[in-house]
Design a protein around this ligand. Structure first.
Ligand code: ADP
Ligand code: MG
Length: 281
């Protein structure tokens, strides 16, 4: 491995322009740390999905550089296969990812394609199905699944390849709260395994609680990159990205202003932390 071993991916002046001339990424500089929980946020059309497609090699940068584990990504068949083995992407719309006759076939497809022997692949598929609670609907056609089930199968598709990094494009979009929480739990497990997780979301409360770092995109440019408690206190950048301050922070500030809590307390990341402050007064 070349370069800094703590950095799994590095973007240098990364640009991407679509064929119709839309400049979706206009020079992104970013270092992604190994094992990091990174939330990419920004208004619709700010370039989140384009960035993700570039990170796993589906889009080739028009300008600039992408380094994975210290080496520039090679846009050859082999180079891209190597990258996609290690960097998986879970699309926002599961229907654009799932196409097999049954769930078990769907999850087996990628790993068999990588050339893993059938017996070993089958074992790995079983493990992942068990881990993501998929066994009950293993023989169903993927197009008959519910939104939450489809999302789990899309994650299983990727997890079965044993990736170093998983990118999830708005994983909670279109899910009810119960299923969104279930996916949150799965995402936490990915991090516990040491996988680097990057996701996009509009949910500031979730990002405050979950992320090690938040990157705000505006019109193809990174306008802010910091720990969530710092980013979410900056009204101006939040406004520019159509985001609101997390409810916990708003309430914390109100309670501080009213003299009920001491403003020197550490910023709470969850409602539970805030409740504790109130109870311990
Ligand atoms: P986000 O995911 O943040 O909503 P996108 O990456 O989808 O943003 O879009 C970034 C910009 O690129 C937008 O201006 C969008 O209209 C444009 N764009 C996205 N996909 C295409 C495409 N296939 N062809 C042309 N322009 C596109
Ligand atoms: Mg998008």
């Amino acid at each position: 491995m070349n370069g800094n071993a703590d950095i799994i991916m590095e973007l240098e002046n990364l640009c991407y322009t679509y064929e119709d001339g839309t400049e979706a990424l206009k020079g992104i500089d970013l270092q992604i740390r190994r094992g990091e929980k990174l939330a990419i946020m920004g208004a619709n059309g700010s370039g989140k999905s384009t960035l993700f497609l570039t990170l796993n090699g589906i889009h080739k940068p028009t300008r600039g550089k992408l380094l994975f584990n210290g080496r520039p990504v090679e846009y050859s068949r082999k180079g891209l296969l190597d990258l996609r083995k290690k960097v998986g992407i879970v699309f926002q719309d599961p229907d654009s990812q799932l196409f097999s006759a049954s769930v078990v076939q769907e999850i087996s497809f990628g790993i068999l394609n990588l050339g893993v022997p059938e017996k070993e692949a089958a074992k790995r598929v079983e493990e992942v199905m068990e881990e993501l609670n998929i066994l009950l609907f293993r023989n169903k056609p993927t197009h008959f699944l519910s939104g939450g089930q489809k999302k789990r199968v899309s994650i299983a598709d990727i997890l079965v390849m044993d990736p170093e990094m998983i990118i999830l494009d708005e994983p909670a979009a279109a899910l009810d709260p119960k299923h969104a929480r279930m996916i949150d739990g799965i995402i936490d497990k990915l991090s516990e395994k040491g996988i680097t997780v990057i996701l996009s979301t509009h949910d500031v409360d979730r990002a405050l609680k979950w992320a090690d770092r938040v990157v705000l995109l505006e019109d193809g440019i990174v306008i802010r990159e910091a720990k969530p408690d710092a980013v979410f206190q900056e009204e101006e950048v939040l406004m520019r990205t159509n985001l609101e301050k997390p409810a916990v922070l708003k309430l914390f500030e109100t309670l501080c202003r009213a003299g009920i809590l001491n403003e020197n307390l550490k910023i709470p990341h969850t409602v539970q932390e805030l409740e504790q402050y109130i109870n311990n007064r």
